[in-house]
Write a protein that binds this ligand. Structure first.
Ligand code: ZN
Length: 198
């Protein structure tokens, strides 16, 4: 049988959220019985559960499941990891890219696990600063590398669509541990994530 993907939602939670969305849409002045809107509360309830599914996942376990003994001790970089999250102040999206590097200390981790843990932390209500540190500390405490670095560049819909309405502003956050606290290592990392050849 060909691959099939099913999204699973709790009926009880979906119903509870659906009813609240219906009441919000009504309070906003829309007709909740209108054809295009009638199923919107349920769709929105499912979308919000999808976008916050990270609460039910343990990112440290994801990393531990793919750690391998290896003597390699140069910098490992995964850059341009797509990131979509919701700001906890307005519940509006912020999105952009994460760049992660670490220097192994006896263990490497399966490369696909780094984007996975970005998703786990991003699929919660977040602020970009905490998201950066969540990813950094998770890698630091689980993999115990000689150093770890995380840079996130993101655009925030709450700034672009409302408030100051600055369409082109990008917020950059970063965190460094271990060898990346040394200026040469940090500079090398920043050079590699901004070059096209790395
Ligand atoms: Zn916001």
């Amino acid at each position: 049988m060909a691959y099939k993907h099913f999204d699973e939602y709790s009926i009880d939670v979906t119903d509870a959220i659906k009813n609240k969305f219906k009441s919000i849409i009504d309070d906003l002045g829309e007709d909740t019985a209108r054809e295009g809107i009638v199923k919107t509360p349920e769709r929105a309830a499912k979308a919000m559960q999808f976008l916050t599914q990270g609460y039910d996942m343990d990112p440290a376990e994801i990393l531990k499941g793919a750690m391998f003994k290896e003597d390699y001790d140069d910098m490992v970089i995964v850059k341009d990891i797509e990131l979509y999250s919701l700001c906890e102040h307005h519940m509006l999206p912020f999105f952009g890219k994460a760049h992660i590097a670490y220097i192994p200390n006896g263990h490497i981790v399966g490369l696909s696990k780094l984007p996975r843990i970005v998703d786990v932390f991003a699929r919660r209500l977040q602020v970009q600063e905490r998201l950066t540190h969540d990813i950094l500390e998770c890698i630091n405490s689980t993999l115990k590398p000689k150093g770890v670095a995380v840079v996130i560049e993101a655009s925030h819909m709450c700034m672009m669509m409302r408030g100051v309405q600055k369409q082109n502003s990008v917020t950059t956050t970063s965190g460094f541990r271990g060898q990346f606290e040394k200026i040469e290592t940090r500079t090398e990392f920043l050079r590699l994530i901004t070059s096209d050849l790395s």
